[in-house]
Design a protein around this ligand. Structure first.
Ligand code: ADP
Ligand code: MG
Length: 694
């Protein structure tokens, strides 16, 4: 089948709706979507019946309200369409009420104390701006998930609220500037990195199975130093996998576009074409799920963890962000007119101010247990938030602020309201790949998010901080008599107060850490350092002002995030102890026994064996060292368990458990390097990273 036929074939999209719905119903439906109004029941009833008939034609028997609880993955509970008839048979039924609202018993999802168990039932509500689709023979209805008091229990509800906030404020600002804009939509293109390894090696590693990453493993003789994997030829099995994956995604209307090998061996990337944020978010959740499912078909496991292997690249998810008007104009597009130039610089200034003011939020929205292992190491941005604008755009902003001519290549003026922006270069060659937050021509690329994260949390933060900043600018401009003068003074003010966030140099260097410190930028290295900021007074005020999260919701979310961190670290530490005690030490003993027996036998026939004895002694020392490290980790875990899963426990994990884990790993990795391969109980890094070669 042609791609154009496959694409969206499992989606109840506009094309299907136009074909099947009465025109008036379709028109009313679209109006509700654009204006964010609830759908009248009569309309929902017609849509539900049409949707059901369409799904049944495709062999569907069940439907589900597909939602995104705080676990970061998606949840679904299937109900069949059947309804009994009076003569003992069944008919297939699905009405508007069922489409709009569902009531899953969701008492086991994390709610951070928001929902007492006696009131366990929340409700799910259809997000009609994201199409229904068929997955594994089930009609999935993308929904938001709330408690009966209306508190958000998921990631989707605040995401939709934040999109409303940014729409409201940016539209308002554009109207003040004389535009006819009706709506502004945040858009995202999330680039997804992942690893593929063979199932056989995966099955032999408890750490990968329980935690998604390796907790032990000596460096292989060959890693990524030759840069021979990046954009390299893709192996046949992976080619077939990627083709199959693309087709599955296309069926679901997901714009899978670019695929290539990444920097580390066994690492790959998939980038979709960008789309409206809530849809991009749904699509990314589906993409991650389907990546794993399809890998299984090819005897492989898809690892989405941020740092499956120490010492080689981790996996990120670059969040490419822009703002698009209902007329299709991208607000980060420099533009070619005098008014366009002023507006562009104003929005860039809003980004500069927002990123500088809210470093804490940008840092904490990427602070997870997994990403902690990635940030700051092997080609990943450090924990310090800064922004890359490139020398030319920075120069232009500075020139406006200083009221002087901008001169780089050619002298030119950029007086607001008088001049068009000079063409500035954003050529790929000097695009800074080390910046955590980079302007890349017509969008901002946030490179800190981890590969396994839902992009909802990240975009809730982005939308909210930008909405708040734009609101501040709109307030100033609304009352300004001379708009151009006001824009100029906003830019001047922004550069003065927030210019420190702009850094166009190498973010991976040691000097930057020092320089950032001098500039007073935040450097929250550990996940647990960042998370408590979520419910600081300033952030409560911000999220309430923008009507995205209430204080109660924020506090419950902070609690959930800290709890999740502690639980993951607990699983990792317990897995390490299990593997060290029950797999690694017994294997080393066995090898020592073999060495000792050989040494005795050699002696019997009169051969000198000082080297063997030395190795036995070395392993015996390491063994003892490992036993001590196990004891230390064991006792730290006893204390951690007593502390529970709150902030105090989180800090204890950071200060005591993580160092104890690192020490145990170091000695075990040393033992690996000194133990014969056939005695070592785990597939080595080499076995894992080069497991898919056919
Ligand atoms: P690179 O790896 O060089 O950053 P890719 O092509 O892999 O580039 O990814 C770029 C991503 O940015 C794609 O997902 C693309 O759809 C997205 N993108 C492009 N333009 C925009 C835009 N205006 N808004 C949001 N995302 C965009
Ligand atoms: Mg990129």
């Amino acid at each position: 089948m042609a791609v154009t036929e496959i694409f969206g074939s499992m989606v109840f999209n506009d094309q299907v709706m136009v074909e099947r719905l009465p025109q008036a119903i379709y028109r009313e439906f679209k109006r509700c979507c654009v204006d964010n109004k609830p759908l009248p029941l009569e309309i929902a009833n017609v849509i539900a019946t049409t949707m059901k008939d369409w799904a049944i034609e495709k062999g569907v028997t069940h439907f589900t309200h597909w939602f995104q609880p705080m676990t970061g993955i998606t949840a679904e509970k299937h109900d069949s369409f059947i309804a009994p008839t009076t003569n003992g048979g069944v008919i297939m039924e699905f009405n508007g009420k069922e489409l709009i609202k569902g009531e899953p018993d969701a008492s086991s999802f994390p709610s951070g104390g928001l929902r007492a168990t006696f009131e366990a039932r929340g409700y799910t509500a259809w997000d009609p701006t994201s199409y229904a689709f068929i997955k594994d023979g089930v009609l999935c209805i993308p929904t938001a998930f709330c408690s009966y008091n209306g508190e958000a229990l998921d990631k989707k509800t605040p995401l939709l609220r934040s999109m409303e906030a940014i729409d409201k404020q940016t539209t308002r600002l554009l109207r003040i500037l004389g535009r006819k804009t009706e709506h502004v939509y945040p858009c995202v293109g999330p680039e997804q990195e992942y690893f593929l390894i063979d199932n056989e090696v995966f099955k032999k590693r408890k750490d990968l199975q329980y935690t998604g990453r390796t907790l032990f493993g000596a460096r292989p003789p060959k890693g990524q130093e030759l840069d021979d994997h990046y954009f390299g030829a893709i192996t046949p099995r992976v080619v077939k996998y990627m083709k199959d994956l693309d087709e599955e995604l296309w069926r679901l209307g997901i714009f899978a576009k670019t695929k290539h090998n990444e920097v580390a061996p066994a690492q790959h990337e998939l980038a979709p074409i960008f789309t409206t944020t809530n849809i991009a978010c749904d699509h990314n959740q589906l993409t991650m799920e389907i990546m794993k499912k399809v890998a299984y078909r090819y005897g492989m496991t898809c690892l989405l963890h941020e740092k499956p292997f120490a010492g080689v690249n981790g996996s990120g998810k670059h969040n490419n962000f822009s703002l698009m008007t209902n007329f299709g104009h991208n607000l980060f597009d420099p533009g070619k007119s005098v008014e366009g130039s002023a507006q562009f610089l104003l929005f860039i200034s809003a980004m500069v101010a927002a990123v500088d003011k809210h470093q804490d939020l940008l840092r904490l929205c990427v602070a997870t247990a997994g990403n902690e292992n990635r940030l700051g190491g092997d080609e990943a941005p450090p924990a310090i938030i800064s922004m890359y604008l490139g020398d030319e755009l920075t120069g232009i902003l500075q020139a406006v602020a200083d009221g002087r001519t901008y001169s780089k290549r050619a002298k030119c003026n950029v007086e607001i309201g008088v001049h068009v922006l000079p063409k500035f270069a954003m050529d790929t060659a000097d695009r800074n790949r080390t910046s955590p937050f980079a302007f890349t021509g017509n969008k901002f690329e946030f490179r800190m998010p981890g590969s396994s994260q839902s992009i909802a949390g990240i975009n809730i933060v982005l939308n909210t901080i930008v909405a708040d900043q734009v609101q501040e600018f709109a307030d100033i401009l609304e009352n300004a008599e001379n708009k151009n003068e006001a824009i100029k003074s906003i830019i001047t003010d922004t550069m003065k107060k927030h210019g420190r966030i702009i850094f166009n140099g190498n973010n991976y260097s040691e000097e930057w850490v020092e320089e950032a410190n001098k500039r007073g930028l935040l450097n929250l290295k550990a996940t647990i350092d960042a998370l408590p900021y979520f419910s600081s007074d300033e952030n409560i005020a911000l999220f309430e002002r923008q009507k995205v999260l209430t204080e109660t919701e924020l506090r419950s979310r902070t609690e959930i995030l800290i709890e999740e961190y502690c639980k993951i670290k607990n699983i990792e530490a317990m897995t390490m102890l299990d593997m060290a005690k029950r797999e690694i030490l017994p294997a080393v003993s066995k090898y020592e026994k073999h060495l000792a027996e050989t040494a005795v036998k050699l002696q019997e026939i009169g051969v000198k064996n000082a080297v063997k004895v030395k190795l036995i002694e070395k392993l015996a020392d390491l063994y003892e060292d490992a036993t001590n490290k196990i004891d230390t980790l064991d006792s730290t875990m006893d204390k951690a368990h007593k502390l529970g899963t709150g902030l105090e426990a989180g800090c204890y994990y950071r200060d005591a458990v993580l160092p104890a884990m690192a020490e145990l790993r170091a000695v075990c990795d040393e033992m690996e390097l000194n133990t014969a391969e056939k005695y070592w109980p785990l597939p080595s890094y080499g076995d894992l990273l080069y497991s898919v070669t056919d």
